[in-house]
Design a protein around this ligand. Structure first.
Ligand SMILES: [Zn+2]
Ligand SMILES: [Zn+2]
Length: 334
C-alpha cells in the first residue's frame, strides 16, 4: 500500500510503498476513507526537535473494515467507522474511565495518511448510513472539543467566549450551542472565519484589539461564564482569565508549546477555575456520531478541500504557512 511518512525535521512527507498492516488482537484493518490534516500534525513535525516521531501520521480518520484480527467481535467486514488514533490496555483506572490517552500501556494508532491503517474495535465507532467518510473524519476533532466543553460544564443560557477560530474553536462553539449556551462570542485575530463561526452557532464575532473586554461584555450582555482558549498562543490564557466573570471557568484546548505568562492573582481574586483538556472518551465519540446522524451537520462547513495522497506532501508544507484553510481532507484513493 501507499502511505505518507514523516522522515525528519524540515523535510516534506514522503509517499512510500510499504506492506499492508496486519491486525493484532482486537484490531481491524481500515481502508481509509478520509483523514484530516490537523494543526497538531503541522506543529509536531516542525522545528529543529519535532515532537512527532519519524514514521506514519494522521489521527483524524474514518474508514471501512477490510480485515479483522483475533478477538474482534463487534465489527464486521464492510462496517464504516470513525476510530480513535489510540487504544489503552482496557483495564487500568484510566481505561475504565474511557481516558485511553492516559494509559501507561497506550498503543498509538496513527496512520490515517495511508491507504490502509489499523484501528482497535474497542475505540472505533460505527458510522450510520447517512454519515459519510468525510463526516467520520470530523469526529475526532469534534470529540476533542466536546471533551473540553463537557468537563467545563455549560449551564443553560451561559454566556460563552471562544478565543480562536481554528477547528477547536469552531468545535467548542458548535458544542456550546448544542449543550444550551446562550450568547456565544468568538474572537480571532483575523475575521476570515467570522461567517463560519456564526454557522457553527456563535451569536457574535469579535476581532481582537482595543477595548477587547468591553466589546466582549457588550456582545454577551455581561462577562462570560465560560471562556474557551482555543488559540494556543502565548498570552491567551491571561486574556481568558481577564475576560471571564468571577467564579467562572476557563477551558484550555489550545496546544501552546511555548512558555506562557499569566498573573495568578488575577485568577485568585476571581476564583477562576482553569481546566485543561486532553483527548476524549468513548462517550464523546458516540455523542459526535449521534449528533451528526441526527442532522446537526454544521461542522461539514469546516472541510474546504479534499486531496489525494500524491498531493499531500506539497499541501502539508503549504499549510504550515497558510491558516486560511480550516480542514483539508486526504482521500488516499482519490
Ligand atoms: Zn487533530
Ligand atoms: Zn489502560
Amino acid at each position: 500500500m501507499r502511505a505518507a511518512m514523516f522522515v525528519g525535521a524540515g523535510l516534506p512527507l514522503v509517499i512510500e510503498t510499504c506492506p499492508d498492516p496486519t491486525p493484532g488482537a482486537h484490531q481491524v484493518v481500515l481502508k481509509v476513507g478520509r483523514c484530516g490534516i490537523c494543526g497538531t500534525d503541522l506543529h509536531w513535525t516542525s522545528g529543529p526537535r519535532p515532537r512527532q516521531q519519524k514514521g506514519r501520521l494522521g489521527h483524524e480518520f474514518a474508514g471501512e473494515v477490510v480485515a479483522r484480527g483475533r478477538g474482534v467481535e463487534r465489527l464486521k467486514i464492510g462496517d464504516r467507522v470513525a476510530a480513535m488514533p489510540m487504544m489503552g490496555c482496557g483495564e487500568c483506572e484510566h481505561c475504565s474511565a474511557g481516558c485511553f490517552l492516559f494509559c501507561a500501556k497506550r498503543i498509538p494508532l496513527l496512520g490515517g495518511f495511508a491507504e490502509y491503517t489499523l484501528a482497535d474495535e474497542r475505540s472505533a465507532y460505527t458510522l450510520p448510513a447517512d454519515l459519510s467518510m468525510e463526516d467520520g473524519a470530523l469526529v475526532e476533532p469534534l470529540a476533542a472539543a466536546l471533551n473540553c466543553v463537557r468537563i467545563c460544564g455549560i449551564s443553560k443560557g451561559a454566556r460563552v467566549l471562544v478565543i480562536g477560530a481554528g477547528a477547536m474553536g469552531l468545535g467548542a462553539t458548535f458544542w456550546a450551542r448544542h449543550l444550551g449556551a446562550g450568547p456565544i462570542a468568538v474572537s480571532a485575530r483575523s475575521n476570515s472565519r467570522a461567517d463560519l463561526c456564526l454557522r457553527m452557532g456563535a451569536t457574535a464575532f469579535i476581532p481582537t484589539g482595543d477595548d477587547y473586554r468591553a466589546r466582549v461584555r457588550a456582545a454577551l450582555g455581561g462577562a462570560p461564564d465560560v471562556v474557551f482558549e482555543c488559540a494556543g498562543q502565548p498570552g491567551t490564557i491571561a486574556q481568558a482569565i481577564d475576560a471571564v466573570r468571577a467564579c467562572g471557568v476557563v477551558g484550555v484546548l489550545g496546544m501552546c508549546d511555548d512558555v506562557d505568562n499569566f498573573h495568578p492573582i488575577k485568577g485568585v481574586v476571581k476564583q477562576v477555575r482553569v481546566q485543561f483538556s486532553a483527548a476524549y472518551t468513548p462517550k464523546d465519540f458516540e455523542l459526535c456520531v449521534d449528533t451528526m446522524a441526527r442532522g446537526s451537520v454544521e461542522p461539514r462547513a469546516m472541510v474546504v478541500q479534499t486531496i489525494g495522497l500524491a498531493e499531500l506532501p506539497a499541501t502539508f508544507e503549504a499549510l504550515r504557512h497558510d491558516s486560511s484553510r480550516c480542514r483539508v481532507h486526504v482521500d488516499p484513493f482519490l
